[in-house]
Write a protein that binds this ligand. Structure first.
Ligand SMILES: [Zn+2]
Length: 385
């Protein structure tokens, strides 16, 4: 499928959370020819910039040599289109850049992101999405609620960039002088004031969480207010608490993200281990699950996959027919497709399976390590039926 007209997205200055990039739309796009360029670069430091220039130059030469004559011109045009965008000065907080481009299809996407995406440059028949997909799996948005008994700050952390959504505070009992009350009465009033402040915070958090799709929320702060708040959360919200940590109320944003990341990433790891276990269990008892490239490919192409489970480092060489999308693993491409006579090209079969999953609305889970998956080339799927 060709991209929609004027498929051009260039954010001059703003950072884009990886969760905001429309990967589904990108997964729809492909051509019979190698006309889509995908570039991932780290942009955090000066050294990165020098290394990026050397890397892009070397890749440009290597791609050019390998291209057939009739594609060299469009490749040159695509390079001219992206050149500036690759080496723009980074904006504050930017740690990486992702560019998808094709001059023949007038496609140009430039994303500045807050995380390091590694260094990749690929010219292919479709945008290369696996690195982005892995980032999205690790860096799903999450919330951090930092609070004590009289102040609460709610952050949404998107691709390592913290946005302060809300700041609530109360002066509790300061408007009344302690004098004149018995200690007991003062304590009782104070407790009541804290409780009503915390219920206000709960409402706030609920409202924010219903507006944003997040992995969950980290509750942090000094003292006991955070535990009190967690107890007050409705059951549905309670399930979204990723962790409770001790943290000073004036912790700088950078450290809030560090602490939050550790907890959010641990949660992501636990979820992928659960998925891998579920897959193993279904396979053991002959339930709706498959493993291995061929079985997974067939399930995907008939729309039966609920969750595609991939080992993070999985990579299987093979070829695809650029016309009918026939996909074969572990074989050198045939000159033309045996089914439809269309042009073929060598591919990483895992990338193709990923794109197929996106197009058919399947969920995708990346797993760090798993012996069962490893024995089936890192590929498996939980099926709808
Ligand atoms: Zn074909």
């Amino acid at each position: 499928m060709e991209p929609k007209e004027d498929f051009k997205r260039v954010e001059d200055m703003a950072l884009t959370p990886v969760t905001e990039i429309d990967i589904r739309e990108l997964a729809e796009i492909f051509d019979e020819l190698d006309v889509y360029m995908s570039v991932y670069l780290p942009t955090a430091s000066r050294e990165d910039e020098a290394a990026n220039r050397a890397f892009v130059d070397a890749r440009r030469r290597a791609i050019e040599v390998a291209l057939p004559q009739d594609l060299k011109e469009s490749f040159g045009e695509t390079m001219a289109m992206v050149d500036d965008h690759l080496f723009w000065r980074p904006v504050p907080g930017e740690r990486g850049r992702i560019v998808f481009a094709s001059a023949p299809h007038r496609l140009l996407h430039v994303y500045r992101i807050g995380i390091d995406p590694g260094r990749t440059m690929v010219l292919d028949t479709s945008p290369f999405l696996l690195p982005l997909a892995k980032l999205r799996d690790d860096y799903m948005d999450y919330g951090v609620l930092l609070l004590d008994s009289k102040e609460a700050r709610l952050f949404c952390v998107r691709s390592d960039v913290p946005l302060e959504m809300n700041h609530l505070s109360t002066d509790l009992m300061n408007k009344h002088k302690k004098g004149g009350w018995s200690q007991m009465r003062f304590n009782r009033l104070r407790k009541g004031a804290i409780k009503s402040f915390l219920s206000e915070v709960v409402e706030d958090v609920q409202e924010s969480c219903s507006r944003h799709k997040t992995r969950g929320i980290v509750v942090a702060g000094p003292g006991d207010a955070k535990n009190q708040l967690v107890e007050m959360l409705p059951a549905e919200m309670g399930k979204k608490v990723l962790g409770i940590v001790d943290l000073s109320i004036d912790t700088p944003e950078k450290n809030i993200v560090e602490v939050g990341d550790e907890i959010a990433l641990a949660d992501e790891r636990a979820r992928s281990i659960e998925r891998a276990e579920e897959l193993r269990a279904e396979i053991r008892k002959g339930g709706p699950a498959v493993r291995g490239v061929e079985a997974t490919r067939d399930a995907l192409s008939t729309g039966r996959v609920n969750v595609l489970v991939l080992l993070k480092n999985a990579s299987v060489p093979g070829w695809i027919c650029e016309r009918c999308q026939l996909l074969e693993a572990r074989k050198k491409p045939q000159e033309t497709c045996p089914t439809c006579g269309g042009p073929t090209s060598p591919v990483d079969v895992v990338e193709e399976l990923y794109e197929l999953a996106e197009r058919t609305g399947a969920e995708v889970e990346f797993v760090e390590e798993d012996a069962c998956l490893a024995s089936s080339e890192g590929v498996g799927a939980l099926l709808r039926y």
